[in-house]
Design a protein around this ligand. Structure first.
Ligand code: GTP
Ligand code: MG
Length: 336
């Protein structure tokens, strides 16, 4: 618990939705803001499949907690990309994203700088303008690192003029603020993100603290910060040790462990145990799954001890990857 942080009397809070086509970088921006990879990001469209509230505690004088007085809480809602649906899944994703547009304090339309405003973007802007009710409307031009400064300028002008030229009431529907963001995926553009946060905060109403101030601390396995690469490698080591212990020194060299996913909300760690042959897979699974179960129990105990927590879910899968020891790509993934 973070008892030493107080809450200011004029506390402000609100909900912010990011909407846009798939793959424009909405989840990346939110991960960058909250400072760790809570949301899945990939270069394939339709990565996000659910709405997730992401909590950012705002400190007016300092982005860190040095000031010890929190002045606000900004809750970002990550949404699936809105697109022309080709499947039932596509339709459901659009519906979810559209739900997230109503009743938020600030609605942020996100589009990429490396493509001109297309029909997909324009449809989303038109809908946002039509249904925004009382939400303040912002735009983010993302991926500005991918184009020249001149291109960024052109895109910003295009964005600024679009709602004005295509609306009967431009005073009400124009974007109040437009932000170019550069390279959010590799966390270089902290200045742009800071400006964005400050501006969002300036528009927020007085409101309650919706989530505990140590929300992530309490869900991130009681670690002060989310797990870093070294810690993740340690988790892999604990599982390997547990496996080797249970396996009585069988196949030590043929076994590699890879943490595949950590779901901080569900407190679930998913890991794969790689072996080189089907026969080895059978040994690791054991009779009626008895061996993998025993490895799971032992690994979980070690990991819970290491992270100083309880109630973790550990999901183990056994996979066969022939000759993984000579597969450079796979070895790289393991940190070798
Ligand atoms: N160069 C560059 N790439 C970025 C930037 N922001 C995001 N990306 C990349 O764009 C891809 C899509 O990012 P996501 O955050 O998954 O996009 P999204 O809008 O959440 O996508 P959906 O969930 O499918 O709607 C990823 O490969 C990111 O690494 C940026 O500022 N610059
Ligand atoms: Mg996403």
């Amino acid at each position: 618990m973070n008892n030493d942080i107080t809450v200011s009397e004029d506390f402000k809070s609100g909900f912010i939705s990011l909407v846009g086509r798939p793959n424009v970088g909405k989840s990346t921006i939110i991960n960058n803001i909250i400072g760790f990879d809570l949301l899945s990001v990939s270069n394939r469209p339709e990565t996000t499949r659910k709405l997730t509230n992401c909590v950012y505690n705002y400190y007016e004088n300092d982005k860190t907690t040095n000031g010890k007085t929190s002045n606000g809480q900004i809750v970002f809602v990550d949404t699936p990309g809105i697109h022309k649906p080709r499947s039932v899944l596509g339709k459901r994703l659009n519906k979810l994203a559209n739900e997230a547009k109503s009743d938020v304090d600030v609605l942020i339309f996100v589009c990429p700088a490396d493509q001109p405003l297309g029909p997909g973007d324009k449809k989303i802007i038109n809908d946002v303008v039509r249904y925004k009710s009382k939400s303040k409307l912002f735009a983010v031009l993302n991926k500005c690192d991918k184009v020249s400064k001149k291109e960024v300028q052109n895109r910003l002008i295009e964005l600024a003029t679009y709602t004005i030229e295509n609306s009967e009431k431009p005073d009400e529907t124009a974007f109040l603020e437009i932000f170019p963001l550069f390279d959010t995926d590799i966390r270089k553009d902290t200045k742009g993100v800071d400006e964005l946060l400050k501006t969002i905060y300036s528009y927020l109403p007085n409101g309650p603290q919706y989530y505990p101030i140590d929300f992530y601390e309490s869900i991130v396995f009681s670690a002060k910060t989310p797990l870093d690469l070294d810690q993740i490698e340690n988790l892999q080591e604990y599982i390997r040790e547990a496996a080797l212990e249970k396996l009585d020194d069988e196949l030590p060299h043929s076994l590699a462990i890879k943490i595949e996913d950590i779901d901080y909300h569900k407190r679930t760690i998913s890991a794969a145990l790689y072996v080189e042959r089907d026969s080895q897979k059978g040994i690791i699974i054991g009779k009626k799954g008895s061996m993998i179960k025993a490895i799971g129990v032992e690994s979980r105990a070690r990991i819970e001890d290491y992270l100083n927590t309880t109630d973790l879910n550990l999901e183990l899968k056994v996979k066969v990857l022939k000759n993984w020891q000579t597969d450079t790509k796979f070895l790289q993934k393991l940190g070798f």
